[in-house]
Design a protein around this ligand. Structure first.
Ligand SMILES: [Ca+2]
Ligand SMILES: [Ca+2]
Ligand SMILES: [Ca+2]
Ligand SMILES: [Ca+2]
Length: 285
């Protein structure tokens, strides 16, 4: 049943979509690079130089408060390392690891449950030992590392890690038994080469996974570690190279899937209906 509130929200989404489409059209007509420095100034952002030279091929970027002072810090890692965090507000750099390896995936979360944020880069997690001053590397296991997300998929109180590579559709979940002990399951949605996010999409209290156009329903209730119990469901027809974000866009307490094609504008999927925000032709890669 479509409620009045639902109609208002749908109208608001459509109005927003139109506005964004017009803005994108304006920017594309006005500049060869719609995200150039002028566009940043146009929307009131201030450019801050954090480091004149950072890690090379810095594909891994995260924002998290690593020293617990309440200010979000920056974590940047190069494809082959180093892993560096920059302290807010003076941006003093500190090295977490001199070398690292990841296709592009990284995440931040309290992996060991001691109250501070730890860092995952590739198949290694770095234990925060004392407000970001010292770090210890722990291996998670073998898996594709293009996209990495963390969630407690089996709700045993220990954070788990999901990842996928760019060369196949397989998604791996590493369930944490302890700091150095992980149990891997493999899920294969048989679609997609990019994009992964975790969130509770069906509201059963267990984090599900989404890839481009498909989502993987966590069976929960003691079955989360059983790969066969996870069901693949479709929510949109979408590009195999999509980037995916799950967010509660209208703050109604339910997560929604936000899918954005690489190099394109994307779509917003809301409940059983979905609204295309803006979509351009000519896909990449
Ligand atoms: Ca901080
Ligand atoms: Ca921790
Ligand atoms: Ca867990
Ligand atoms: Ca769920």
């Amino acid at each position: 049943m479509v409620t009045r509130r639902g109609s208002i929200l749908a109208a608001a989404f459509l109005a927003g979509a139109l506005l964004i489409s017009l803005l994108v059209l304006h920017l594309e007509r006005g500049s060869a690079n719609p995200f150039g420095s002028r566009a940043i100034e146009d929307i009131g952002l201030r450019r801050v130089l954090v480091a004149a030279s950072g890690p090379p091929d810095a594909w891994m970027k995260n924002i998290a408060d690593l020293n617990g002072d309440g200010r979000p810090d920056l974590v940047v890692a190069g494809a082959q390392g180093p892993v560096v965090w920059y302290r807010n507000p003076d941006w003093k750099p500190s090295t977490i690891a001199a070398s690292a390896s990841s296709e592009s995936g990284s995440a931040v979360g309290d992996v060991d449950g001691d109250g501070d944020k730890d860092v995952v880069v590739g198949t290694t997690w770095y234990e925060n030992r004392g407000a970001g001053r010292a770090w210890r590397a722990h291996r998670i296991g073998a898996g594709g590392t293009h996209d990495i997300v963390v969630a407690d998929f089996d709700r045993d109180g220990k954070l788990d890690v999901a990842m996928r590579g760019e060369t196949g559709s397989t998604v791996e979940i590493f369930f944490q038994n302890g700091k150095d002990s992980w149990t891997r399951i493999r899920l294969d949605p048989r679609f997609g080469r990019n994009g992964l996010d975790a969130g509770d999409l069906d509201g059963d209290g267990y984090a599900d996974l989404a890839v481009g156009g498909l989502w993987l329903a966590n069976p929960g209730k003691g079955a989360a570690r059983s790969a066969r119990a996870w069901k693949v469901r479709r929510f949109a027809q979408w590009n195999a190279w999509a980037a995916v974000k799950i967010a509660d866009m209208d703050r109604d307490g339910r997560a929604h899937r936000l899918t954005v094609k690489i190099g394109q504008r994307g779509a917003l999927v809301r409940s059983r209906q979905w609204v295309v925000l803006s979509k351009t032709s000519g896909s990449k890669p």
